[in-house]
Design a protein around this ligand. Structure first.
Ligand code: PMP
Length: 396
């Protein structure tokens, strides 16, 4: 008997939960995912803040095809002059403050986190790493060590030693950052933590404390970067400049790529004692960097940064009309929706699928879901998504 793709998925693709979303997708375009039997889903998650320019943007697809025909992997990262990589590094540096000018390419967000932590330890010669409760920065052992939740990390101990977890938004806790601290890792706005926006002045106070103690401030832009919050980068909403930023997800336009960015002087520590202080085979892959460059150009040309807030506000004004919505909050096209606490949200994302909407809740916030659609979403598509979400809320 021939097994269906769904049966093969359940049998051979390693699971991460016993209740995967399980929809079959044969094609994706813009904000829509298409199934084999004519199903059409509107995507309000963007593969977790990844498809910022929508699925299969023609400019990104063209860049991928062209580069695949020129060359793919040639040599381990950091040895050859590869044009797509060079042009992307320049583009990223041009968009960032002048002190963030040297781009180390990796393949994912968790690698960017690990690389940035290694950089900070090597640069400062200090042992301690500070991060915040409810934070998520990746699943490799380094990034898992700063996962802000005991439930998720305790099964994997011993993890990286010397980690201190503080409370996000606590001014008092900042005193625990000392001359012993190599770096502080945080998002400007905690995404999986439940879209936690820092209180007035808190990020500036964190920046000040890091500067006073010679600690590097690493801002994780994996979800907040590339226009999501109505600025190019999440940290720009708070008037601070980090020492290091990390990227992945929305950088690649659908292709796998990550990066951490710092000042060249800092990055040079990887060249000496030990030489090859951080290495990767596929980091800065030609096809992925070509796709990322096309992706950034689309964000720029289609004014996706400038329009994100107005679209997010439009969504909020519609969904707030539903009687079971308590409030919405957030920036740009990263919105949280808090619903009536009597609603059982445990299978919310399965239920919205029945109304053809892909959605997601938060790792560390109950009674809420997120709205993080591709930034190219139109007003009509926002209305369609809201329709499906409201129908689901009606049914619950
Ligand atoms: N940082 C943040 C804020 C994330 O949301 C994620 C992934 N959800 C990561 C890092 C890790 O990225 P990746 O899955 O590409 O390793």
């Amino acid at each position: 008997m021939i097994e269906t793709p769904r049966q093969l998925f359940m049998r051979h693709v390693a699971p991460t939960s016993f209740t995967p979303l399980n929809i079959e997708v044969v094609r994706a375009k813009g904000v829509y995912l298409y199934g084999p039997n004519g199903e059409r889903y509107i995507d309000t998650v963007s593969g977790i803040s990844t498809a910022n320019v929508g699925h299969c943007h023609p400019k990104v697809v063209e860049a991928v095809k062209n580069q695949a025909e020129q060359y793919m992997h040639l040599m381990v990262y950091g040895e050859f002059v590869e044009y797509p990589q060079v042009m992307l590094a320049k583009k990223i540096a041009d968009l960032l403050p002048p002190s963030l000018n040297s781009v180390y390419f990796v393949n994912s967000g968790t690698e960017a986190t690990d690389g940035a932590i290694k950089l900070a330890k090597r640069y400062t010669h200090r042992p301690e790493v500070v991060a915040f409760k409810k934070a998520y920065h990746g699943s490799s052992i380094g990034a898992s060590s700063i996962w802000g939740d005991e439930y998720f990390k305790s099964a994997y101990r011993p993890l990286m030693p010397g980690v201190r977890m503080l409370n996000f938004n606590s001014f008092d806790d900042l005193a625990q950052i000392t001359e012993n601290t190599a770096c502080v890792v945080t998002e400007a706005i905690q995404s999986e933590g439940g879209l936690n926006i820092p209180e007035n002045g808190w990020l500036a106070a964190l920046r000040e404390r890091c500067t006073a103690t010679g600690t590097l401030l690493i801002i994780d832009e994996v979800q907040m970067g590339w226009g999501r919050t109505g600025k190019w980068f999440g940290f720009e909403n708070f008037g601070i400049v980090p020492d290091v930023v990390t990227f992945a997800k929305g950088l690649g336009g659908g292709m796998p790529i990550g990066a951490f960015v710092a000042d060249k002087k800092m990055m040079e520590v990887f060249c000496d004692h030990p030489i090859l202080g951080h290495i990767t085979t596929f980091g800065g892959h030609p096809v992925c960097t070509a796709a990322a460059l096309a992706n950034i150009n689309v964000i720029e040309d289609e004014h996706l940064v400038e329009t994100a807030t107005e679209k997010g506000d439009y969504f909020a004004s519609l969904i707030e009309k539903h009687p079971r919505v308590i409030r919405t909050w957030g920036l740009g096209l990263f919105r949280g929706i808090e619903v009536d606490h009597s609603i059982d949200m445990s299978n919310f994302w399965h239920k919205t699928l029945n109304n053809n909407v892909v959605t997601d809740t938060f790792l560390f916030r109950d009674n809420a879901f997120r709205f993080t659609p591709p930034l190219i979403i139109s007003h009509a598509e926002i209305e369609e998504a809201v329709d499906g979400l409201m129908k689901t809320l009606d049914e619950m």
